[in-house]
Write a protein that binds this ligand. Structure first.
Ligand code: ADP
Length: 333
């Protein structure tokens, strides 16, 4: 009796587990969350839509068939054959979608894990370099200082790239926190401009800032908006020409503040403009001159501004310059 009871228990447990698994697979929301996709892009949802379309096509074929074909068996055969073909096609299409979605999920997970794992060793490296450069571990020669500086610069660049990758993976997993507060955009831009002054001077680029008086405060995540403005100004200086100009402007437009960075730089080729906010995209003309850069800044900027309730855009002409702009909502009084 005991082995029989055990087998029965095992079968029940197995069926329950399978039933749970099937329920989970049928739960669209769980599946979409797994792939980190909105419902309408989820393979399982697309399969349901395709199923509805197949049912509609079969019903229509049946209605048309009974009108023109007298033999009901032939109509049923045609309807069955058509449904089977459509079902196989949609199954194959959805399966490929599912594979793509899974590959995309694994890529995001990989980027997230690698970037988090790289953060600690890079911090240690920077800390060790600073200690060596301070001379507390022994006197260092002038030639060595030069190489230490190069090392430190490269570590900083790697740290920036890693932190951009972390932000990207947080954006993709919708886990980037948004701490909204009221702040003065004019004050923030002035502070950032002061930080960029030495870089602009070294690049022989003139910075200019104009804003309307008595502008209202904006509402957004100060830290994230700072990152967006820094990226736009950095690009405007970096992709400028010698003796070029960068003009910044803030004005009120309806219930939003409008911020603009206009440069007299190399511009963006027409054929590249549609890709400019895509992850890792760098235009062809930039790649020839500037090897530095990840192509992540504008992707991050776009998602931060849109999450803050604003809009972002640009106009550009190759060889003449670019104007990048964004808007941010004013806090309702
Ligand atoms: P990165 O500057 O690190 O390459 P971004 O996402 O900030 O990454 O910019 C993506 C690409 O957009 C740049 O590589 C460049 O091709 C183009 N771009 C952005 N800003 C400008 C600008 N002000 N002038 C010309 N090209 C620009």
């Amino acid at each position: 009796m005991q082995p029989f009871g055990f087998i029965l228990w095992f079968l029940c447990y197995n069926s329950l587990m399978n039933f749970k698994r099937i329920l989970k697979e049928l739960n669209l929301f769980v599946q979409c969350k797994h792939y980190r996709l909105p419902l309408w892009q989820c393979p399982q949802f697309l399969f349901l839509i395709m199923g509805a379309l197949i049912a509609l096509t079969s019903a229509t074929t049946y209605a048309i068939g009974t009108r023109y074909i007298t033999d009901p068996a032939l109509v049923a055969f045609i309807v069955l054959l058509l449904s089977a073909i459509l079902f196989i096609i949609s199954f194959l299409v959805v399966q490929s979608f599912e594979r793509l979605a899974e590959a995309n999920r694994m890529k995001s997970e990989f980027v997230s894990i690698v970037s988090h794992q790289l953060r600690a060793p890079l911090s240690n490296l920077r800390w060790a370099l600073e200690l060596l450069m301070s001379g507390r571990l022994g006197k260092i020669e002038e030639k060595q200082v030069e190489y230490f500086k190069i090392l430190k610069e490269n570590v900083s660049r790697m740290k920036e790239l890693v932190s951009d990758l972390i932000v990207v993976s947080r954006i993709e997993t919708a886990s980037l926190p948004l701490k909204k507060e009221e702040f003065s955009l004019v004050k923030l831009v002035k502070e950032i401009l002061a930080e960029f002054e030495p870089f602009a001077k070294a690049s022989n680029v003139k910075l200019e800032f104009k804003s309307e008086k008595e502008l209202p405060l904006v509402f957004g995540d100060l830290h994230q908006i700072k990152q967006v403005i820094e990226n736009l100004i950095d690009n405007a200086i970096r992709y400028n020409k010698s003796k070029g100009e960068v003009k910044l402007k803030i004005e009120k437009r309806g219930k939003k503040l409008y911020f603009e960075v206009k440069d007299t730089g190399i511009g963006i080729p027409k054929e590249d403009q549609k890709y400019i906010f895509q992850k890792f995209f760098r235009s062809g003309n930039v790649l020839k001159h500037q090897t530095q850069g990840s192509g992540l800044g504008l992707f991050i900027a776009k998602s931060i501004i849109e999450r803050s309730g604003g809009q972002i855009g640009f106009e550009s002409e190759e060889g003449k310059g670019s104007t990048f702009w964004f808007t941010l909502p004013i806090k309702q009084q």
